[in-house]
Design a protein around this ligand. Sequence first.
Ligand code: FES
Length: 151
Amino acid sequence: MIKEICKKYAPHKDNLIQILHEIQNADPQHYISNEAVDTVAEYLNIPANHIYGVLTFYTMYSTKPRGKNIIRLCESPPCYIKGSENILRKLKVLLGVNVGETTKDGLFTLELCACLGVCGNAPVMMINDDFYGDLTEEKVEEIIDKIREMR
Ligand code: FES
């Protein structure tokens, strides 16, 4: 799968970000494995260390397996002022994990992020590609319950 993704792009280091993005999106555990790094390094003819540097620089990448649903709660000031701290506390209780951890059933990973660009709906979180705004503790519980039911 990794080789097929690489081949969609010219073997030029300018394509690194896009290749990594696609590999992570295609992985059921939303991460970039060491094996993937080696394959990309070989394809682009760049050192693996350079790729690890990129992976640690951008918070959107993970080198650890993550859950099926990645929750990113905004922790920037406008969301903080509107109570994102309470939302975080609620998420931790509902999921039984801390920030950066994945639930035992592999369903959720909890992460924090900077402004998602929809501050008018603060506090805001994303779950995978979907935005959820104007969050309250009750609303968060409903969202998590709904996703658990859909599994
Ligand atoms: S500060 Fe949270 S979305 Fe902008």
